[in-house]
Design a protein around this ligand. Structure first.
Ligand SMILES: C[S@@+](CC[C@H](N)C(=O)[O-])C[C@H]1O[C@@H](n2cnc3c(N)ncnc32)[C@H](O)[C@@H]1O
Length: 204
């Protein structure tokens, strides 16, 4: 059965995880994912018992609030998503924008989940002041709440009791890592160094 993936974020490492996993060390005490996004690599590593503890962190507070709520309050989180999803109808073109406005005022994590599921190509976009700016995808309704509930319950079962969710810059959230731990880093391009051998490294 495919691994659960409740946050269908474009750029998630969900499909890459099985290809990346063979490069991980064999014994990991705590697996840190300081640029968590959807937490795909942590979900994979926890399911395959590649570490005993996990630190799932990000500088975007609502995404960590969401991951924490998925693990610690799965029923409540799934119910809130279900209510949001059923609130939309194909004829109410303003619904997505109202949820987006509310998210931009309150930063509510389940509003963010709905926006990720329903926005164009699941491609999350924020402006410089941190407001969610991506538009609605008019061709689909976003993940069905039954499928979402199943994914949330499974992720909770995989991670509950062995994970922490700090919010902040990666340097702060990994500061206590020790030699037996492993940091899995997938930063945004603006923070990532150029890869050796790519056109990024060729001086012009
Ligand atoms: C490329 S995405 C990670 C995607 C993730 N690997 C997945 O599978 O979904 C990068 C993430 O880094 C976060 N981020 C950006 N700058 C950061 C920083 N300085 N410290 C921690 N997280 C940061 C963003 O909020 C975003 O969630």
């Amino acid at each position: 059965m495919a691994l659960p993936h409740p946050i269908p974020y474009q750029g998630s490492n969900r499909k890459l995880a099985p290809a990346i996993a063979p490069y991980l060390p064999e014994e990991i005490s705590t697996f840190y994912e300081p640029f968590a996004g959807s937490g795909a690599m942590t979900i994979y590593a926890a399911h395959h018992r590649l570490a005993s503890r996990f630190v799932v962190a990000d500088s975007l507070a609502p995404i960590i609030d969401l991951l924490r709520a998925i693990v610690e309050e799965p029923e409540k989180t799934a119910a809130r998503y279900r209510a949001l999803w059923h609130g939309q109808t194909t004829r109410d073109g303003g619904y997505f924008n109202r949820v987006r406005d509310r998210y931009n005022k309150t930063g509510h994590h389940v509003d963010l989940l709905y926006l990720i599921c329903r926005c164009v190509k699941n491609a999350v976009r924020f402006n410089r002041s941190g407001s969610f700016t991506q538009s609605v995808d008019k061709r689909r309704l976003g993940m069905h709440p039954d499928k979402m509930q199943g994914a949330i319950l499974r992720v909770s079962a995989i991670l509950r009791g062995r994970v922490e969710f700090p919010i902040g810059d990666w340097l702060e959230t990994t500061a206590d890592a020790m030699a037996a731990d492993f940091l899995y880093m997938d930063p945004p391009p603006i923070l990532a160094p150029p890869l050796a051998g790519t056109s990024d490294t060729i001086s012009k």
